[in-house]
Design a protein around this ligand. Structure first.
Ligand SMILES: [Zn+2]
Length: 194
């Protein structure tokens, strides 16, 4: 459905900035802010009927658009906001202690080094944990609780974050985004699995 489809927005140098909905994309087209298109799919947006010709107007939105820069983009200071939805997606909805996959409402944010021990609420100190494992671990470190971590928590890069925030990513958008991610990234491995 076009209503849900997100368009990948790039800056003028071709670096991914984030997602825009079709309304914002249409506005960028109308303001002549779209410099070039580089997706292989197109979304057809229906406009109104012309009084003169009785023809309906259409606007073709490309799936990936490069746009004029409104704000300068600084990759080095990018801080992805830490929210559970994105955290659980980073860990593929897997509890990093028992290894099982759970639904969103059965998961929780675990601080590897507990806050009480000076651990911080940052990407590199938080993991997805099922409620049972989180309760079992309590306010202990994994070593003290004798619970091994199955993966090392990491802070997503800007492009990894864009992937994690995507709702329904089209194949051409994913192909474009994945080219910005190192092969060693767990996100790369997850999305390029045959
Ligand atoms: Zn668990």
């Amino acid at each position: 459905m076009i209503n849900n489809q997100q368009i990948l927005r790039l800056n003028s140098s071709g670096h991914p900035i984030g997602w825009v909905n079709y309304e914002t994309a249409a506005r960028l087209y109308c303001l002549n802010h779209v410099i070039y298109e580089c997706g292989s799919s197109t979304l057809k947006l229906r406009g109104g009927y012309s009084r003169l010709t009785k023809q309906r107007s259409f606007l073709n939105l490309n799936s990936i658009i490069s746009t004029k820069n409104i704000n300068k983009l600084d990759y080095s200071t990018f801080t992805p906001s830490l929210v559970n939805t994105t955290l659980f997606k980073r860990d593929a909805h897997r509890c990093l202690y028992c290894g099982n996959i759970f639904r969103h409402n059965e998961l929780s944010r675990d601080h590897v080094i507990p806050l009480a021990y000076g651990g911080k609420d940052i990407w590199t100190n938080v993991v997805t944990a099922c409620k049972r494992c989180n309760n079992h671990k309590g306010a202990k470190t994994p070593e003290a609780a004798n619970m091994l971590l199955l993966a090392i928590p990491f802070r997503p890069s800007r492009v990894e974050y864009i992937i994690l925030r995507g709702r329904t990513i089209m194949a051409d958008q994913m192909e474009f985004l994945i080219s910005y991610i190192p092969k060693s990234s767990p996100i790369f491995q997850r999305y390029t699995k045959p």
